[in-house]
Design a binder for this molecule. Structure first.
Ligand SMILES: *Cc1c(COP(=O)(O)O)cnc(C)c1O
Length: 390
């Protein structure tokens, strides 16, 4: 008999009942150190007092009015994002997938209005942009697309890191290049800064739009508000979600005036997108995370964690091969099945997230205390040792 919850997930049999900072407590009272943060969502940890207050105050005032009316919280969050980024305009969604959908629509509409036939969006192997019909077509991996055809046309998937393939594909039929500055689900694979600069230059040459998916790597995760800032370039369109809501469902598409101008009244919409609850929380997250002092702390913590992880890899060559990633978006390439390491870590009271390419992801809250980082590495050390003696 099919379970009453559609069984599309292989769930770990753990039930959490409470969260505080980087710690989760399960129904039996056992505490786990959480280095998954709901897959890079709980950017400020669990039950951050300022977020609880922002949500509580808004909940007592007004939950929902629809986008038929002005929403001051939405306006304030859009202004904050425009002030802090390349963007001139923002549309709010409830998820990363919805942000991907709008980004794709914006690309198509842009070229429609420009009167040019540009049918192709270039994407990359290992990409993840969500699970909608458009987003799976963009990712192009059999794991996500099998059995769901016919797929939405107009995407061309290129090998990751293959400059020649990119040069060959980049002609006047290309509408946009869509890429994650650091692949998350794909296994914490950062795009080198020089490549991101190269993509920008190539787009400038043909007029194609550069569209960045910063759903996982954005909102302070790399130590800059958005990952592309490290390369000193700006996209035309950017997708944001996960961390921006700190655990409340919220996503956004940010765009330059040039890219956004095609989206006139009636071209897109969302019932819940940009609702007062989500935007009140998002505004508080922005206030905290966009502070340069906060971002500097992310970079410092990253250095600390990275150094400890290098030691861990050196001490356990049978378990780990290498550390990769930027900021607090780090991956450990595993020398044995990553699922074994995820399970061993869980047994040691530590939650981490598997990714493709046999990697485990460490995506802690951005404000995780140093002591919790040290504890996490100590638990990983126990997990690796337990596997070696098993
Ligand atoms: C998680 C993720 C998405 C999809 O976001 P949802 O909120 O799950 O719809 C899209 N792109 C990237 C890079 C992601 O990590």
């Amino acid at each position: 008999m099919i379970p009453s919850v559609l069984p599309t997930y292989n769930r770990t049999p753990l039930t959490f009942v409470k969260g505080e900072g980087s710690w989760l407590t399960d129904a039996s009272g056992r505490r786990f150190l959480d280095l998954g943060a709901g897959i890079a969502v709980n950017a400020l940890g669990h039950a951050h007092p300022a977020l609880v207050q922002a949500l509580g105050e808004q909940a007592a005032q007004l939950w929902h009015v629809s986008n038929l009316y002005e929403i001051p919280q939405q306006q304030a969050l859009a202004d904050a994002l425009v002030d802090a980024t390349f963007a001139d305009s923002v549309f709010f969604t409830n998820s990363g997938t919805e942000a991907a959908e709008l980004a794709i629509k914006m690309i198509r509409r842009f070229w429609h209005d420009a009167g040019q036939d540009r049918p192709t969006i270039l994407t990359f192997e290992g990409a993840f942009h969500g699970r909608s019909t458009g987003a799976i077509a963009a990712a192009g991996s059999a794991k996500m697309t099998d059995g769901f055809g016919p797929l939405m046309p107009g995407f061309k998937t290129l090998p990751w890191g293959d400059h020649d393939a990119f040069e060959a594909a980049m002609d006047d039929s290309v509408a946009a290049v869509l890429i994650e500055p650091i692949q998350g689900e794909g296994g914490i694979r950062p795009l080198p800064e020089a490549c991101l600069k190269g993509l920008r230059a190539a787009c400038d040459k043909t007029g194609a739009l550069l569209v960045l998916d910063e759903v996982q790597c954005g909102m302070g995760r790399t130590g800059r508000l958005f990952a592309h800032e490290w390369a000193g370039i700006a996209p035309d369109i950017m997708m944001v979600a996960k961390g921006i809501g700190g655990g409340f469902p919220l996503g956004a598409v940010l765009a330059s005036e040039r890219a956004a101008a095609c989206m006139t009244a009636g071209t897109h919409g969302s019932t819940y997108g940009g609702n007062p609850l989500a935007c009140a929380v998002g505004l508080k997250v922005m206030e905290i995370v966009a502070d340069p002092a906060f971002l500097a702390e992310v970079t410092r913590k990253s250095g600390l964690l990275r150094q400890k992880l290098e030691g861990l890899v050196a001490a356990h060559p049978d378990a780990f091969e290498a550390v990769r990633g930027t900021g607090l978006m780090l991956g450990l390439k595993c020398a044995r099945p990553n699922t074994d390491l995820v399970a061993a870590a869980r047994d040691a009271g530590l939650l981490v997230v598997p990714a493709a390419d046999n990697v485990i992801r460490l995506l802690p809250a951005l404000n995780i205390p140093d002591a919790d980082l040290a504890e996490a590495v100590s638990r990983l050390d126990h997990a690796a040792a337990a596997l070696e003696t098993a």
